[in-house]
Design a protein around this ligand. Structure first.
Ligand code: HEC
Length: 217
């Protein structure tokens, strides 16, 4: 028998059409966002390690959030003052958003410092100095409380191969712990972050003492 109860057949058809319509409609939305290269939420950035604990090169860091550039900020003994050096700092987007909200670095933070030498003088702007296209080093500071003593690990890449964790005895840890304004990082030199740390009250005690002492001089 076709059509059992009154109107059931008709009702059924409407239901089918509506469902099909919805499915088609969402397929169109999905297709257009894929076609436009949008994805609702990009996958969070994570540090990846080899089985023996070396950090894989974070190849996408240029697509993260840019924090600042330094010029001749080099503190390494190898820097001889004859070559100018720029540095550019990037942080993974999730850590940046967490910092804006709290003034502190969340677990999983990755700060990538890219070092570039200055390009040769160019007649178009003979007094100016610009960044050359060669990356001379990449240094990474990663927060992972379950992995590193003290919560943070330092890595230094001179190519794109995985880098070994620098030992706790390296001067990286002591200088950053003593002079960094927020949780062993140099937020005092990151102009968009310093006011946030100040307003959230997350500046380190040692940094507060250092700035107070400098102000008294
Ligand atoms: C004498 C002090 C000193 C030592 C030693 C030192 N740093 Fe730094 N570091 C700084 C300063 C100052 C900055 C601030 C920004 C800049 O260089 O532009 C910085 C910034 C950084 C940053 C950017 C993120 C952050 O934590 O603020 C990384 C990554 C970094 N250093 C890695 C290293 C590594 C790796 C070593 C050891 C091989 C090291 N640093 C040793 C002073 C130091």
């Amino acid at each position: 028998m076709l059509g059992g109860g009154r109107g059931s057949c008709h009702g059924g058809k409407v239901a089918i059409m509506t469902t099909t319509g919805r499915v088609l409609f969402s397929a169109v939305i999905l297709f257009s966002s894929v076609a436009l290269g949008q994805s609702a939420t990009p996958a969070p950035v994570q540090a990846h390690y080899t089985a023996d604990g070396r950090l894989m090169f974070p190849g996408q860091y240029r697509q993260w959030v840019y924090l600042t550039s330094g010029f001749d900020m080099s503190y390494s003994a190898a820097a001889n003052g004859r070559h100018h050096l720029f540095d550019n700092l990037f942080v993974n987007p999730e850590a940046y958003r967490a910092f804006l909200a709290t003034g502190a670095w969340s677990d999983g933070t990755m700060l990538v410092l890219e070092l570039r030498s200055a390009g040769p003088r160019d007649p178009i702007s003979p007094r100016g100095t610009y960044q050359g296209d060669d990356v001379v080093g990449v240094e990474v500071h990663v927060k992972d409380e379950s992995r590193f003593t003290g919560g943070w690990g330092f890595f230094s890449f001179d190519g794109k191969g995985p880098a070994k964790l620098l030992p706790q005895s390296a001067t990286c840890y002591s200088c950053h712990a003593t002079h960094g304004a927020v949780d062993t990082t140099f937020v005092q030199f990151y102009p968009t972050l310093l006011p946030i740390a100040r307003s959230k009250g997350t500046l380190s005690a040692s940094y507060e003492q250092e700035t107070a002492a400098t102000a008294e001089r």
